[in-house]
Design a protein around this ligand. Structure first.
Ligand code: PLP
Length: 394
C-alpha cells in the first residue's frame, strides 16, 4: 500500500523514548528523562521578543524558499565571526532545522548504487537519510578511548568505487566525542583523494569544552565538495523553532533550494526573523549554557563511573555521555535476562523511571546514551535510583 521508500526508514528511537517519558509523566509518575536531545533552557528573551516583533510587523508571510536574504547575511556574518568561514549569501540555504538540511543534501546528492560512509556510533538519522535515497550507508568503526575518532584502517578498507560521500559529526551525537585536528586532517585527506562529498554536521559546534571548535571546511582550500551544516537548535535553545542552515558551493546550495522550494516552500518566517536576533545578538548566553553543561558533564561522569561495571569516557563536547554497559549484558536482574542495551534501557525505565536511549539504535550495542541536558539535582537523583539496579544485576 505504501511506497518501498517508507520501508527504508526506521522510526527515530530518541523521539520514541521522549514520547514514552511524556506518557509516563502524564500519569503523574516522577520520570527522570535523560533521553532528550535538547537544552533544558528557555530560548533567550531577546530572541523571543524578535519573534513577537516579527508577528506584530506582519512578517508572517511566505519568504523566499531558501530563506530571507537578511537571515542568510546574518549566517554569513556568524560563520565569519565564529568559524572563520567566508561565504556569501549564494552559498547559504536556510532550512527547517539541521535535520531538514541534511535530509535535503542527501536527496540532492545520493541515489541507488551509491555508498555513503557513516562513522559508528552514529546519530540515528544518518543511516535513514542515506537509505531513503536508495544509496547504502557503510559503517566505519571508531575508537571510544580516542573521542570516537575513526579507525583509519577500517575507513580505508570501506571506501570503494561506489563511495560518494562521508558524514562527519564532531562533536558527536550520541558520543559527545570531538575529533582532534589530526583526525580531521587525515579524514579530509582520504575524502579528497577519493573525490567524496564531505558533510560536516556541526550542530553542536558551540558545545566544546576546554578547546575552541574548528569548522572542518577551514582545514583545506578545496572546499567545493564540503557542506557545513549548523543549526540554531542546540546553540540558542531553539529546537522547536526549526531553523538550520547549510553553507557550501553555490551550485549544490541552488540544487538544495530547488528541492526545498517544492517540499516545504520556506522555513517559518517568524522563526527566521528570530534567528537573525539569535545569530547577530548577544552571544554571552552560549558561554553561560556551555559552562553549565561542562559542570553537569563532570557530575554525571563521576556518578556513572561510581557504579561497578560501568565505564564512562569523558567526551569533549555536546551534552551526551555514552557509557559502556557490556559487563551487564547476558546477565539478569532478578529473573529478567538482559540480552541487549535495549533490554537494559527498558529495565531502567520500568524499575526506576529513568529514561535513556539504548546504544543499539546508534550502532553501539554495548552502550547507553544519557543526555545531561537536565539539572544537577536530577542527575544526582538518577544515579541514586539506578545504582541499586546495576548492583543487583548478576
Ligand atoms: N545533527 C545531529 C547530530 C543532531 O543530534 C541533531 C538533533 O538532534 C541534528 C543534526 C538536527 O537538529 P535540528 O534539526 O533541530 O537542527
Amino acid at each position: 500500500m505504501f511506497s518501498k521508500r517508507l520501508d527504508r526508514i526506521t522510526p527515530s528511537a530518541t523521539l520514541e523514548m521522549t514520547a514514552k517519558a511524556a506518557e509516563l509523566r502524564s500519569q503523574g509518575i516522577d520520570v527522570l528523562n535523560f533521553s532528550v536531545g535538547e537544552p533544558d533552557f528557555n530560548t533567550p528573551p531577546h530572541i523571543v521578543n524578535a519573534a513577537i516583533d516579527a508577528m506584530n510587523q506582519g512578517f508572517t508571510k511566505y519568504t523566499p524558499g531558501s530563506g530571507t536574504s537578511e537571515l542568510k547575511q546574518a549566517v554569513c556574518e556568524k560563520l565569519s565571526r565564529d568559524n572563520n568561514l567566508n561565504y556569501i549569501t549564494d552559498n547559504i540555504i536556510v532550512s527547517c532545522g539541521g535535520k531538514h538540511a541534511l535530509y535535503n543534501a542527501c536527496q540532492v546528492l545520493f541515489e541507488e548504487g551509491d555508498e555513503v560512509i557513516i562513522f559508528s556510533p552514529y546519530w540515528v538519522s544518518f543511516p535513514d537519510f542515506v537509505s531513503v535515497t536508495g544509496a547504502n550507508p557503510v559503517f566505519v568503526n571508531t575508537i571510544a578511548s580516542k573521542q570516537y575518532e575513526p579507525d583509519f584502517d577500517d575507513l580505508k578498507s570501506k571506501i570503494s568505487r561506489k563511495t560518494k560521500g562521508i558524514i562527519i559529526n564532531s562533536p558527536s551525537n550520541p558520543t559527545g566525542g570531538v575529533w582532534s585536528d589530526i583526525a580531521i586532517q587525515e579524514t579530509l585527506q582520504i575524502a579528497l583523494e577519493h573525490d567524496l562529498w564531505v558533510f560536516s554536521d556541526e550542530c553542536y559546534e558551540q558545545l566544546v569544552y576546554g578547546a575552541k571548535f574548528k569548522s572542518i571546511a577551514t582545514f583545506t582550500d578545496k572546499t567545493d565538495k564540503i557542506l557545513t551544516f549548523q543549526s540554531c537548535s542546540k546553540t540558542y535553545a531553539m529546537t522547536g523553532w526549526r531553523i538550520g542552515y547549510t553553507a557550501g558551493a553555490a551550485p549544490i546550495i541552488k540544487a538544495m533550494a530547488k528541492l526545498q522550494g517544492q517540499s516545504t516552500s520556506c522555513p517559518n518566517s517568524i522563526a527566521q526573523y528570530a534567528a537573525i536576533a539569535a545569530l547577530t545578538g548577544d552571544q554571552t548566553i552560549i558561554q553561560e549554557m556551555a559552562a553549565i553543561f561542562k559542570k553537569r558533564r563532570q557530575l554525571i561522569i563521576n556518578g556513572l563511573n561510581s557504579i561497578d561495571g560501568i565505564t564512562c569516557e569523558k567526551p569533549k563536547g555536546a551534552f551526551y555521555v555514552f557509557p559502556n554497559i557490556s559487563t551487564f549484558l547476558n546477565k539478569s536482574y532478578q529473573n529478567i535476562l538482559i540480552k541487549s542495551s535495549h533490554d537494559l534501557s527498558m529495565l531502567l525505565l520500568d524499575k526506576t523511571f529513568v529514561v535513556t536511549v539504548a546504544g543499539d539504535c546508534f550502532g553501539a550495542p554495548e552502550n547507553i546514551r544519557f543526555s545531561y541536558a537536565t539539572s544537577d539535582e536530577v542527575i544526582l537523583k538518577m544515579i541514586d535510583r539506578i545504582k541499586p539496579i546495576f548492583d543487583s544485576i548478576k
